[in-house]
Design a protein around this ligand. Sequence first.
Ligand code: HBI
Ligand code: FE
Length: 289
Amino acid sequence: MADAAALERPAGAADDWTIAQDWAHYSAQDHATWDLLFDRQARMLHGRVAPEFLEGLEFLRLAEPGIPDFAALSDRLMQRTGWQVVAVPGLVPDDVFFDHLANRRFVAGNFIRRPDQLDYLREPDVFHDVFGHVPLLANPVFADYLQAYGRGGQRAGGLGAMARLARLYWYTVEFGLVQGSGGLRLYGAGIVSSHAESVFALEDSSPHRLGFDLRRVMRTPYRIDDFQQTYFVIESFDSLLDVTLNTDFAPLYAELATTPDLAIDAVLAEDFVHHRGTQAYAHQRATTR
Ligand code: HBI
Ligand code: FE
């Protein structure tokens, strides 16, 4: 993800960086791109994604054709968990982002990728944000987690803490796995909105899959330009919410300030190892760069 700190507020954006979604501006091609991406992901996620995600997809009627209208989507979402979806031009600065989350507003890009960008784009577009992130906001526990995360960000203050929180966000909200009754399941938005990574994260022998631990995650760098080398597995959304609500972050940040980072592909003796990866993908990518 681009460095969200060095951003200029785009002309026309409000103080909180929101803009009108302007649903009428989408072209037929934009809606067709959404439908193509939606159909491809919805088809392949069954059996791979956490059931809570599919419940949210259903409740929010996201299977209806075309790019969702944020006003109608927010009406339904508000009923269930008090969250709403607001349009932004793209990445917003961390402090703006945290303030929206703390107030149960999820910021979603109002643009959609071009047909030639189906498999990768730098900035989160409406498919990544709405298909990837919004369904779980209909789950009360995850909805509470994301607001708690936003509040944590507002308190984080110093840059060091921001980097730690970004890692927590990255290894849960964006690229998290959860223990399901029938095996590991996807829930991170960056994974579920990506066809290739939805397969890689769950089935490829290359990446590590380790039990989630807050300190462990906050000490682990992440990839912004390629598949993750390590995925962390939470036991449940309840357990993720509990750890976030029951942690005093200030002493944790102080402790981490003097604790060295871990290698991105480290496996520690104390790790709960669901799968020790070969890192073959990362090594192969490193040689071809
Ligand atoms: N802005 N629009 C948008 N979407 C994000 O997911 C986002 C952001 N800004 C910052 C950010 N994410 C991450 O750096 C969080 O860890 C704060
Ligand atoms: Fe995202």
